[in-house]
Design a protein around this ligand. Structure first.
Ligand code: MN
Length: 332
């Protein structure tokens, strides 16, 4: 397929997404469990779109959106399913940044039997579960697709919607540092700054500031840092008792996996997080060469080439052995 054809197809997908929104009302907007900046920013960006179109909508997540995203317009409107369960079922769903159905968590229980779903995502492993799918694996963030959708729909830019999109771009590119920081990303960021986004303020709040609990957790996690003999794979382990000792929530583990990944000579960095007894959530990151989405897929998970994840059952030793075996296989 030529570039022009792909562009035409993408433009057509955006038009279809615009029609999906314009021809319906009363939406449920969902993103993935353990929401990151792209999930939070994209959820609120869709909220802005629906608000500008005069639609009724409910924003929800199976879990709490971390307080550091409280600057987002609509943040206070996002329901936490764990605390507040809407009684009604929803027929019109918009999902953002979710690669598959399982990523919704229990939110999918709110879908009507005859639901119609607009799936907006940038994960290459997205299995196109929507009625309408706008999946663009080369987009740096789901927020980048929402920038294109806002333009396609001809909606006005405000500081509010610009901040939502910028938040997703900033966090999914690691502060405009990762390889997904394309010229397009920088052009969008530049335009959003023109619309009133305070870049330094958001970078400070979202990337620089760490909570007290996070730094205590980092201290404990670094004590577990280990390497394979060739030092190409490095990992850390965080167990429930570490979270309890640091007074930290699961969401405060964000970014810890970068410590093993960033070590000179390391190709794959791994963080093992104990979710409950004999169950670990694994974050995989690669610096340059390795495809960690392939490692995750070998274990039943998914993600991107440079960032992927999977949940594995077993004891600490069993899980580490299985994941290291899959990671080693990727490096040979
Ligand atoms: Mn994303």
């Amino acid at each position: 397929m030529t570039g022009a054809e792909t562009d035409r197809q993408y433009a057509a997908m955006l038009e279809e997404a615009a029609r999906f929104i314009r021809s319906r009302d009363h939406f449920l907007v969902v993103s993935h469990v353990d929401p990151d900046g792209d999930a939070a920013g994209s959820t609120c960006a869709v909220g802005c779109i629906l608000e500008q179109c005069g639609k009724r909508f409910t924003l929800i997540n199976d879990g709490e959106i971390p307080r550091k995203f409280s600057h987002l317009h609509g943040y206070d409107r996002v329901l936490d399913l764990k605390r507040e369960r809407p009684q009604a079922k929803f027929r019109h769903i918009i999902s953002v940044d979710c690669a598959d159905f399982a990523r919704f968590g229990a939110v999918s229980e709110l879908f009507d039997e005859e639901y119609e779903l607009l799936n907006i995502d940038h994960h290459s492993t997205n299995d196109r579960f929507g009625t309408v799918n706008v999946v663009k694996p080369d987009a740096a963030a789901t927020a980048e697709i929402l920038y294109d959708l806002i333009r396609t729909m001809g909606l006005p830019w405000t500081k509010e919607n610009a901040e939502c999109v910028y938040t997703g771009l900033l966090t999914d590119t690691g502060g405009f540092r990762y390889s997904n920081t394309t010229p397009k990303v920088m052009r969008i960021a530049s335009e959003l700054l023109e619309h009133g986004v305070e870049g330094a303020k958001l970078a400070q709040a979202l990337l620089e500031t760490v909570s007290y609990a996070h730094i205590l957790l980092l201290k404990r996690a670094l004590a577990t840092l280990a390497f394979t003999e060739d030092r190409r794979i490095a990992w850390m382990v965080v167990e429930q008792r570490d979270l309890a000792a640091a007074g930290a929530k699961m969401s405060e583990l964000d970014g810890l996996v970068n410590y093993p990944r960033n070590i000179e000579g390391v190709d794959i960095g791994i963080l093992f997080k104990e979710v409950r007894e004999n169950e670990y959530k694994i974050s995989l990151r690669s610096g340059k060469h390795a495809d960690v989405s392939a490692v995750a897929q070998r274990l039943g998970g998914g993600g991107h080439v440079r960032a992927a994840g999977v949940t594995v059952a077993g004891t600490r030793e069993e899980v580490i052995a299985r994941v290291l075996e899959a990671a080693r296989a990727e490096l040979t």
